[in-house]
Design a protein. Structure first.
Ligand SMILES: C[S@@+](CC[C@H](N)C(=O)[O-])C[C@H]1O[C@@H](n2cnc3c(N)ncnc32)[C@H](O)[C@@H]1O
Length: 257
């Protein structure tokens, strides 16, 4: 979420020339691009729609939700309107402070990059969100913890940057650009590999939506964006998640037998 987490090449890849204006003092860079650039709005709209549909379709009251890698809380805010209580977990002090202000039912929890447990009780959680925190679902401890904390029938809504996509191929050709300063990398797994990893801890893939086929970076305000987004919708590329550059998906933890 913070630019400091990104490699130099990736940070400079979102050049100030590609969008009008810049974040104001104190404004988070990602909040800025998500609200002020066409590409940011396009990405957020896809994620928000999928999250809202998943929350609306959940068959039980959502007593507890967890937002893992919550950032400034753009999605925490949504789940907080559905859940009795939300735990939002972050590693950055300023983001934890921002999360604590999202809503009265949001509890912000600071963790460290070395933390290997989710800050909620076993068998307690109806919904886990893990949006664009790509390094977390790649960790075995994170997947096992999802299996520990979710209630039977509970859901995980998570994003993947898909190795088997044109952007995955591009990332392979330019490995330095798609690497965090911490060493974590993007576009590691395909949808099949990712869902197999979660199946091993009892989570079954139920829905998947493809997005981000567009050839722009997050800060883009290209005039081509809107027509290409319409073309993406007309061609129903969103229904081809296994080849989509980004995928947002819903897993359900095994129901009680
Ligand atoms: C790209 S941002 C996405 C934030 C948010 N989910 C959203 O979609 O707006 C990823 C966030 O994960 C946080 N993060 C990184 N490692 C983490 C960890 N081990 N535990 C919790 N949060 C972490 C970062 O500080 C960053 O804010």
């Amino acid at each position: 979420m913070k630019r400091s987490l990104l490699s130099k090449t990736q940070t400079t890849g979102t050049s100030a020339n590609s969008h009008p204006g810049s974040p104001t003092d104190g404004e988070n860079y990602w909040d800025f691009v998500d609200s002020q650039t066409s590409m940011g709005r396009y990405l957020t709209a896809n994620e928000k729609k999928f999250i809202v549909e998943s929350l609306n379709g959940y068959p039980n009251p959502i007593e507890l939700a967890l937002d893992a890698g919550a950032g400034t809380g753009r999605h925490t805010r949504i789940v907080a309107t559905y859940a009795t209580q939300v735990v939002a977990m972050e590693i950055e002090d300023d983001l934890v402070a921002a999360l604590a202000r999202v809503a009265p039912n949001v509890q912000a929890v600071r963790v460290t990059p070395e933390t290997t447990t989710l800050p909620v009780d076993s068998n307690s959680t109806d919904c886990i969100l893990c949006i664009e925190a790509v390094f977390l679902p790649e960790q075995e401890w994170f997947r096992e913890e999802c299996g520990r904390v979710l209630r039977p029938g509970g859901m995980l809504i998570v994003t993947l940057q898909n190795r088997l996509s044109w952007k995955g191929l591009w990332a392979k050709l330019r490995p330095g650009r798609y690497r965090y300063a911490t060493g974590d990398v993007y576009y590691v797994h395909s949808l099949g590999e990712f869902s197999d990893m979660f199946r091993r801890v009892g989570l079954e893939l139920r829905d998947a939506l493809g997005y981000n086929w567009l050839p722009f970076n997050r800060a883009s305000n290209s005039l081509l964006l809107r027509p290409l987004a319409i073309l993406e919708a007309l061609l129903q590329l969103r229904r081809l998640p296994s080849l989509s550059p980004w995928i947002i998906m819903r897993f359900v933890f095994k129901e009680e037998s």
